[in-house]
Design a protein around this ligand. Structure first.
Ligand code: BES
Ligand code: ZN
Ligand code: ZN
Length: 477
């Protein structure tokens, strides 16, 4: 099913169905849009502090949405996204397929409203045998509400977020390691970036002992995907490397997860899906930033051949790791990818992963847990992008003492700390494999939701795509 499109229309375009977006403090701005009878109705409604109502016109329905003024820009925009999403129920009830949006707010919030509406309209219906009902097809904005370039940018972001959500929602029965790598190749072709897929022999030649250990009990070989978007006009001399955890299914391995923690572990490649989404939107918008994406792909299984607690493995970097818990597999495959990233001498490497349950317990599903050694200026930009896209981040420390828990009696490192601050010890583990400016984003909380939260639809949310695009654009162009 085709997703809803944002479309630019000329000023004065006659809409059938229309949203009038207004500020509580500037209601008179609406007057010019209303017929005398409508004006009386609107006055009546607003005098009773009703902030959301609709009325019919001969050719369609007019929805009036009155938003509160907010002193923080980013909250004003988020209110608009959520208001957009909230309209969906009514649009479905009226079976509305096209909709115009007119901004009468003092700050323009029409595009954010459209973005929230579009993001909320996502559905993953592939495996229902019943045909889908017709959905909203087009959201129309005239130049006074959004420029055509801003509309094109949101369309590109929507494509990328929906792509990322689709990849996360696809179960491992239909998206194993080989299939994920193939899907990445076809996305690369469609959006216009490069993708090189390495098979098991290449991975062995690179001595990626971490990825190979995690893959050992699997029926399906691992993959290592190298993505690249290298525009001629790139503003950065050294590339930005994005690393995504691509565990297509995490049983926990021999440190087996209980069933209720396993039933949604198809989401354990959400970091990988976000990296694919970020490259897709960069290519689609011709972003002048040189980006490399690195994605180690495997599942984490049990079996005769499985790596086991107590094993010592040798990583791609040559460091040895005593495996204390096979369910802490994400850090093991990421470490090999982060080591591989050294050859690019990156301006920044940023890894993104559904890495720890402790990140979920600490911050829930609203915030991304992040840490790293990158300069303060880069962290500030990232946090600003977090607010701008409302994919907010909270920084945690990588103090040296947290690393003490990873000391092993018989190898360079253990892959497990104590039961405290598990998201930090995971970060400390990764720190052993980087020698460049680096950030680690743990998205275990916000990447996957059992129930929708506003326009963050249930299951894969695509978190990180809008964030990374906003960040790359702000920091490097
Ligand atoms: N894939 C999980 C983390 C996860 C938890 C992702 C919840 C999405 C939602 C990861 O591989 C894992 O199992 N981590 C363990 C680490 C522990 C054994 C140190 C965890 O957090 O429980
Ligand atoms: Zn695990
Ligand atoms: Zn995992």
């Amino acid at each position: 099913m085709k997703r809803v499109q944002l479309a630019a229309v000329e000023a004065g375009f006659q809409h059938n169905n229309l949203v009038l977006l207004a500020d509580k403090d500037h209601l008179d701005a609406l007057d010019s849009q209303l017929a005398p009878g409508e004006l009386a109705f609107v006055r009546q409604a607003t005098s009773q502090e009703v902030s959301s109502f609709s009325f019919p016109r001969a050719e369609g329905v007019v929805f009036v949405r009155i938003l509160k003024a907010e002193k923080d820009d980013y909250i004003a925009l988020e209110d608009a996204r959520l208001a957009g999403n909230e309209l969906l129920g009514e649009l479905r009830r009226y079976k509305i397929e096209t909709l115009g949006i007119h901004n009468f707010c003092s700050e323009n919030r029409a595009l954010a409203f459209a973005e929230g509406l579009a993001l909320g309209s996502y559905q993953f219906l592939k495996y229902f045998t019943k045909p889908a009902e017709k959905n909203l097809q087009e959201i129309r904005l005239s130049p006074d509400s959004a420029s055509s370039s801003a509309i094109a940018e949101v369309n590109a972001l929507l494509d990328a977020v929906f792509l990322t959500r689709d990849l996360v929602n696809e179960p491992q029965s239909h998206l194993n390691s080989i299939q994920l790598a193939e899907a990445i190749e076809s996305v690369a072709r469609e959006f216009g970036f490069q993708a090189e897929i390495m098979g098991k022999e290449k991975i062995e030649a690179l001595k990626m002992g971490g990825l190979l250990a995690v893959n050992r009990a699997s029926q399906i070989p691992p993959r290592f995907c190298v993505l690249e978007w290298k525009p001629e006009a790139a503003k950065n001399e050294k590339p930005v490397v994005l690393v995504g955890k691509g565990v297509v299914y995490d049983t926990g391995g021999l440190s087996l997860k209980p069933s209720e923690a396993m039933d949604y572990m198809k989401c354990d490649m959400a970091g990988a899906a976000t990296v694919v989404g970020a490259l897709a939107v960069a290519a689609r918008t011709n972003l002048p930033v040189h980006i490399v994406g690195l994605i180690p792909v495997t599942d984490n299984r049990i079996g005769q051949n499985a790596f086991a607690p107590g094993d010592v493995i040798t990583m791609g970097s040559g460091k040895t790791v005593e495996v204390m818990n096979t369910d802490a597999e994400g850090r093991i495959i990421l470490a090999d990818a982060l080591h591989y990233a050294k050859k690019y001498e990156p301006a920044l490497a940023l890894d993104i992963a559904t890495l720890t349950g402790s990140a979920v317990r600490a911050l829930g599903t609203q915030a991304i847990c992040y840490m790293g050694n990158a300069p303060k200026t880069v962290k500030n930009t990232l946090e600003e992008s977090g607010f701008a896209t409302y994919e907010r981040l909270v920084e945690l420390p990588l103090w040296k003492e947290f690393g003490d828990e990873l000391k092993s009696n018989i190898a360079d490192l253990k892959n497990l700390g104590s039961s405290n601050a598990g998201m930090i010890t995971a970060g400390k583990f990764l720190e052993n494999f980087v020698d460049y400016p680096w950030l680690h984003l743990d998205i275990a909380g916000p990447a996957y939701l059992r129930v929708a939260n506003g326009y963050r639809t249930k299951e894969g949310t695509g978190v990180g795509v809008r964030l990374l695009y906003n960040f790359l654009k702000k920091q490097y162009t």
